[in-house]
Design a protein around this ligand. Structure first.
Ligand SMILES: [Zn+2]
Length: 289
């Protein structure tokens, strides 16, 4: 899956560190990242501190992969001036060879550990970007220097990174699995039922509710499979298999899904993409024949 970058190792313990000249710097604008593709293989590259020379900004330590640290660059000055503008704070062309690319490229770009660094950094970027002011009193938030946390010097509010838990559900009906397609999304392959955990429910209750809401089916024997960080939606995805309980008659929520149906193992033609938990779960079902 996307987080499996072995033999590289992702270290996310917070450090109060400043970048050195060859450290990687992540620059984002909305859902785009500043990258270049290094020849001859076309491997993804991020700028280094040295390449950022002459472009003043503030750096936040993000994480390291093996012994290589990654930093986030954010613009100095009044954040209200840089919000909702079409122009990136570091305009395209400022760093020769680099361009802003949609973060969707991190699903498949190589090297895998660089792509994982890119999407994970984007999740953190969105958190820093969206938490510049205190949600309780409106004062400017300050970064803490001991842990990844923002605090309000006026009302003492503390703000930690936000991860939205969500479930992926493989509903099994004898020798068939339920697969569906999302309505109105760029991703058009078959997927599994999925949805965000709501306040007040446990993960198994989320499973039962999402299946009922999206396809009108009851389920039983809900069992945990694996989890996956999925920074594209700021989530931790938790995969569950369960069994159909009662009628197999699907009632589609057309706001969420464009289609859903029961598939036998030999009707599944998807290949492993080594990216998503959804795909791994579909193939897990297929191979367990
Ligand atoms: Zn406050």
């Amino acid at each position: 899956m996307i987080q499996d970058i072995y033999p590289k190792i992702y270290h996310n313990a917070y450090k109060d560190a400043s970048p050195r000249e060859n450290d990687f710097i992540l620059v984002f604008h909305g859902n785009t990242a500043l990258v270049r593709f290094q020849l001859p293989e076309g491997k993804l590259r991020f700028p280094t501190l040295k390449e950022m020379e002459g472009h003043p900004c503030t750096y936040h330590y993000l994480f390291s992969i093996d012994c290589y640290p990654y930093f986030l660059a954010l613009p100095d000055g009044d954040p209200l001036e840089s919000i909702d503008t079409d122009t990136p704070w570091l305009p395209e062309g400022s760093l020769p060879g680099y361009s802003y690319e949609n973060v969707r490229i991190f699903r498949t770009a190589l090297s895998r550990h660089t792509a994982f660094a890119g999407i994970t950094a984007h999740h953190l970027y969105a958190w820093y970007r969206d938490n510049q002011f205190c949600g309780r009193c409106g004062h400017r938030l300050n970064p803490d220097h001991r842990e990844r946390m923002l605090f309000c010097p006026r009302c003492r509010n503390t703000v930690y990174p936000r991860i939205s838990p969500a479930v992926i559900v493989g509903v099994i009906n004898g020798d068939k699995i339920l697969m569906s397609k999302y309505a109105g999304r760029a991703y058009t392959n078959y997927a599994l039922i999925a949805g965000f955990n709501e306040i007040g429910e446990n993960a198994e209750q989320t499973v039962a509710r999402e299946v009922m809401e999206e396809v009108g089916l009851k389920v039983k024997n809900i069992r945990y499979y694996k989890s996956q960080p999925w920074a594209f939606s700021g989530s931790l995805l938790m995969g569950f298999f369960c069994d159909l309980d009662g009628s197999d008659q699907i009632t589609l929520d057309t706001g969420e899904l464009s289609e859903a149906g029961w598939f036998c193992r030999d009707e599944i033609s998807l290949e492993d993409d080594h990216i998503s938990l959804t795909r791994e779960m579909i193939l897990k079902f297929k191979e367990n024949s």
